[in-house]
Ligand binder design. Sequence first.
Ligand code: DI6
Ligand code: FE
Length: 394
Amino acid sequence: MAILLTGITAATMTGGYGLIPDAALLIEGDRIAWTGPRSDAPKGHETLDFKGRLVTPGLIDAHTHIVFAGNRAAEFERRLQGASYEEIARAGGGILSTVTATRAATEDDLIAQALPRLDAMIAQGTTTVEIKSGYGLTIADELKMLRAARRLGQLRPVTVTATHLAAHAIPPEYKGNPDAYIDDVAIPSLRAAHAEGLVDAVDAFCETIAFTPAQVDRLFTAARALGLRVKLHAEQLSDLGGAQLAARHAALSADHLEHLSPEGIADMARAGTVATILPGAYYTLRDTTPPPIAALRAAGVPMAVATDCNPGSSPMTSLPLAMNMACTLLRMTPEEALLGTTTHAARALGLTDRGTLAPGQRADIAIWDAGHPAELSYRIGAEALHKSIIGGRL
Ligand code: DI6
Ligand code: FE
């Protein structure tokens, strides 16, 4: 049950790239047992030679909404004619149009529609995917989405983590009454989903078109009473102080952050909250206020990079493309971008068993048609994955 990979350049992602040229890596069962220079490799194992290819930890997509029905191409056309994302949302379109389609879909429909997205992610090197609910907005429909996410994790070898996001939008039946929605749907659906083992983390959308910090605070208090970690869509379209709220709840991550304030950065740094950067949404919405990457870097806040794959603001499945955008549009370095889809993405999900190529870590490994890790961020929309190994299996 042991196999030695040879002929590889290993980017271990321990303290930066952690490059080992002419490396070898031993897998035993579903774990990495050893990695180092090929000349020091343990002898007597079956070997697989990868002819100089780059090997990295399997990529981790720490923020996605891939379970949904339908698509929003018509909204895309309206935005190109001048309507803004917020105008469309306020007029009952946007997220709510996906809610209508998702409520009408069965759990099996949702799985059938999400599988091609999951497979596209896997084909680009992703081995762990976070999936959020948030297009059901009733107790039954949120549970349906979370069950679909769990089943997706059984249908493919990747790890799926499920995030409860009932506080994503205010459905028409609660229009003007978001507090009642939090009490009647968001918190009860969280308790029901948690009782069914469907929740790994709790998220919310803190925004003028969604929920206020006080409403999110009540949800997060309920989540933490259940022993669940939280994360937050914060400061995407405006600054409501969501990052400070997230930090106060020891959040795993605060995500988007285009309008993040210096106070938000300081609080995240103190709390150890990861900044999850979502360049696909920035690009799709043709945003002109980039998240404060240089200030986050200076404050030592770890940055993750994710696709935010969703039908409205980021219909994107490729993490290498997200890394390219993070560098070109937002000025992250290629090393930060790869840390953001490996080590820091693991941290944004609260996972300590993956994200580096180190002994004892899960054998989730991506093998690339590339020689140096900067190539992953440099190419635009390339299909650079040679093979992946998930849980020790090629
Ligand atoms: N921010 C986002 O980028 C996604 N959700 C959110 O709160 C967008 C979801 C959508 O438009 O369908
Ligand atoms: Fe999102």
